[in-house]
Design a binder for this molecule. Structure first.
Ligand SMILES: Cc1cc2nc3c(=O)[nH]c(=O)nc-3n(C[C@H](O)[C@H](O)[C@H](O)COP(=O)(O)O)c2cc1C
Length: 199
C-alpha cells in the first residue's frame, strides 16, 4: 500500500485574522480527516525579501531553501489566496519565484524540479461577492503553465468571507464546506492516482 498523500497547506495572505488562512485551515482539517499527511506553511515566516538578483548573488535566502525542501518532500498543495486587484498576492508569487531559483544540491532537486508535478487545489476567500475567483485563473496559469504543477479542475471562491466563519473558524454554510471538500478530495484522488501510476 502506498503512503498517504503529503500535502502542503498554504495561505497567500499577509494579514493576521486572514479569511484565506481560515479557509486554508478548513481545507487542512478535511485533508487530515481523509488520511493525508498535512504540513501548514506560513509564507510570512519564511521572511523572504522581494526577489532581487543581487540578493540572490550574495546567497540564497534560507526561506527559499526551506520552501524548496518542503515542496521536494510533498506530493500536493492546497492553496488559499486572496485576490489583490484580480491577481494572486505578491507574497505568494514572490515566494514561488524564489523557490524556482535554488539549484540541485545536497541531494535535493532544483527548486523548479521540486515544484514540478505537485498536484494543486485552488481556493480563495474575499469579503466581496465573487470570492476572489478572478485571481484563480491567473494562479492556475502561473502554477500550471510556468511551474509545471498539476492543478485540479475543481476550485472554490468563498464570497462574503467576513460573514462565513463561526468563532471556532468553521464554515457556517454546509454548501461552502462541501465546495472546499470537493477541491480537497480531487487533490487527494489525483495524487493517489499519480502515485499508483508511478508505482
Ligand atoms: C491591494 C488590495 C487589493 C484588493 N483587491 C481585491 C480584489 O480585486 N477583489 C476582491 O475581492 N478583494 C480585493 N481586496 C480585498 C481583499 O479581498 C481583502 O482584504 C481580504 O480580506 C484579503 O484576504 P485575507 O483576509 O485572507 O487577507 C483587495 C485588498 C487589497 C489590500
Amino acid at each position: 500500500m502506498s503512503t498517504p498523500p503529503r500535502v502542503l497547506v498554504v495561505a497567500g495572505s499577509a494579514r493576521n485574522g486572514s479569511y484565506n488562512q481560515k479557509l486554508a485551515t478548513v481545507a487542512l482539517r478535511l485533508a487530515e480527516q481523509a488520511g493525508a499527511w498535512v504540513t501548514p506553511v506560513d509564507l510570512r515566516a519564511l521572511d523572504l525579501p522581494i526577489y532581487d538578483a543581487d540578493i540572490e548573488a550574495r546567497g540564497m535566502p534560507e526561506g527559499a531553501r526551506r520552501l524548496r525542501k518542503l515542496f521536494a518532500a510533498s506530493d500536493a498543495l492546497l492553496l488559499a489566496t486572496p485576490e489583490y486587484n484580480g491577481f494572486p498576492t505578491p507574497l505568494l508569487v514572490n515566494a514561488l519565484d524564489w523557490v524556482t531559483r535554488p539549484v540541485a544540491e545536497d541531494g535535493l532537486p532544483s527548486g523548479m524540479a521540486a515544484l514540478t508535478g505537485t498536484v494543486a487545489g485552488l481556493l480563495s476567500a474575499s469579503p466581496g461577492g465573487l470570492g476572489g475567483v478572478r485571481s484563480l485563473l491567473f494562479t492556475r496559469q502561473f502554477l500550471q503553465m510556468n511551474l509545471g504543477m498539476l492543478v485540479v479542475p475543481e476550485q472554490f471562491g468563498l464570497a462574503l468571507a467576513d460573514q462565513a466563519f463561526d468563532d471556532a473558524g468553521a464554515l457556517a454554510d454546509p454548501k461552502s464546506l462541501a465546495s472546499v471538500d470537493r477541491v480537497v478530495q480531487s487533490v487527494l484522488r489525483t495524487t493517489q492516482a499519480l502515485k499508483q501510476k508511478q508505482a
